[in-house]
Write a protein that binds this ligand. Structure first.
Ligand code: AMP
Length: 190
């Protein structure tokens, strides 16, 4: 199973990606988690990206592409969460998956409106205190999603890969809808 999950911050992408990876067997490759871990370690990379994460800006494409190339080379089954976020990243992903002979099985789009996304991010901010869940960073992240990431949806739809799922319900309901949609298109568990 090789799945890409797309959707705005607050759509429940991370939660659903984790569920899918553990129920279907695969690695959850979450670029946000990888970057936050690097920032917490205080490595050279971490120090460079920390202010970018805090503002809710995007880390440069070349850095992200190198990071993902390393992770995907080792993984046969994966759920990719948080990458690609820009057209150059999507083009690089296509090329690298073709090169290593590991095409995607499906792209899941979790759809939620900005009001729901913002509400969930504010609740997470209260619970976890993530710096990029502060109001200005939330606005910036959603703006960048619409500007740079949302255009990728049309690309995957044209490729016949896109499965759109309403992300507005409970974790269990959205998870069940994703499983139904994947079995309808014949995506195997492993
Ligand atoms: P996330 O947890 O996916 O919302 O990611 C947290 C932050 O990590 C984002 O706001 C960006 O600063 C950075 N980030 C994660 N994935 C990418 C990516 N593919 N391209 C650029 N920046 C990213």
């Amino acid at each position: 199973m090789r799945i890409l999950i797309l959707g705005p911050q607050g759509s429940g992408k991370g939660t659903q990606a984790k569920r899918m990876a553990s129920s279907r067997g695969g690695v959850h490759v979450a670029t946000g988690d990888i970057l936050r871990a690097a920032a917490a370690e205080g490595s050279e990379l971490g120090r460079r990206i920390e202010p970018i994460l805090e503002r809710g800006d995007l880390v440069p494409d070349d850095l992200m592409i190198d990071l993902i190339r390393e992770r995907l080379a080792d993984a046969d089954a994966f759920v990719l969460d948080g990458f690609p976020r820009t057209l150059p990243q999507a083009e690089a992903l296509d090329a690298m998956l073709a090169e290593i002979g590991k095409p995607l099985d499906a792209v899941i789009l979790l759809q939620v409106g900005d009001d729901v996304a913002t509400g969930r991010l504010q609740a997470r901010s209260a619970a976890e205190g993530r710096a990029d869940d502060a109001p200005a960073a939330i606005r910036n992240r959603l703006r960048l999603y619409h500007e740079l990431t949302e255009p990728l949806v049309g690309r995957y739809r044209e490729d016949g890969m896109l499965i759109a799922v309403d992300g507005g319900g409970s974790v269990e309901k959205v998870g069940a809808d994703i499983e139904d949609a994947l079995s309808q298109v014949g995506v195997r568990s492993r």
